[in-house]
Design a protein around this ligand. Structure first.
Ligand code: NAD
Length: 243
């Protein structure tokens, strides 16, 4: 895998940072696409013995994503692995939700998948090899309140994964999704604290999930070994959802 370049969106923090570190340890060059500074992630990438770059981008802006894709190709070469990881999850009851709230979450969690995948797919197709991994969530199967808009986006991720997997299979490209359980990250920190107690108790493995618990599954899905796995959603969630 040493010649390959992987893009991980939203990897300046949280789960994405864990992904970037693992991919670097596996010998990939990692491009972190985030609106925030990725210095801490790049330090982890370096510590893992790998190479990486950070590119500042607003994933909701197609022009910004196109410019970022060009910058990545110029600096480290065209990526053959794209991890659509960035996501937001403001907790708000549906009846208090404005249409602007609704649009804002779809902009990041769904529309950005369109912009990012459109930007990087042509090079994968030209190389006749590619791996796309998208982030869903096990919350789509849980009775949690205040996440109607979030759950709608994470179901959309699964539809996108299944549809695209079929369209690009003939080009050696696989498309899969990972559905994690709850992990404490800057994003989830803002949500209800009670979730951190309750959710692990619903899992078969009764401890809070860490970013490192997800990284091995990502490493498999982007490997040559996973060439015959596509269109799937892998629940990496301590055995909470049985799908
Ligand atoms: N943490 C969890 O418990 C959990 C559970 C299930 C699924 N997920 C999914 O995993 C993914 C990562 O979650 P996390 O908790 O690590 O997130 P996080 O909040 O820690 O990090 C998200 C990153 O995305 C970036 N980002 C957000 N909007 C952006 C934009 N418009 N342009 C550029 N960058 C942007 C942020 O700067 C941040 O670095 C998300 O898709 C989330 O829905 C997380």
């Amino acid at each position: 895998m040493s010649a390959r370049v992987a893009v991980v969106t939203g990897a300046a923090s949280g789960i994405g940072r864990g992904y970037a570190g693992r991919l670097a340890a596996d010998g990939l060059t990692v491009a972190v696409l985030d609106r925030d500074d990725a210095a801490d992630t790049l330090a982890e990438v370096k510590q893992a013995g790998g190479d990486g770059i950070g590119v500042r981008v607003d994933l909701t802006d197609p022009a910004s994503v196109a410019a970022a894709a060009e910058e990545v190709a110029e600096r480290v070469g065209a990526p053959s692995i794209v991890v659509n990881n960035a996501g937001i999850y403001p907790n708000k009851p549906f009846e208090e939700l404005t249409f602007a709230d609704w649009r804002a979450i779809f902009d990041v969690n769904v529309d950005a998948l369109f912009h990012v995948t459109q930007a990087f797919l042509p090079a994968m197709r030209a190389a006749s090899w590619g791996r796309i991994v998208n982030m869903s969530s096990n919350s789509i199967a849980l009775a949690v309140t205040g996440f109607t808009h979030y759950m709608a986006t994470k179901m959309a991720v699964i539809g996108f994964t299944r549809g695209l997997a079929t369209e690009v299979a003939e080009h050696g490209i696989t498309v899969n999704a990972i559905a994690p359980s709850l992990t404490r990250t800057p994003g989830t920190e803002a949500g209800p604290e009670a979730f951190f107690e309750i959710v692990p108790q619903l899992q078969a493995i009764k401890r809070l999930q860490q970013p490192a618990d997800l990284a091995g599954s990502l490493a498999f899905l982007v490997s040559d070994d996973a060439a015959f796995v596509t269109g799937q959603t892998l629940y990496v969630d301590g055995g909470l959802v049985r799908a």
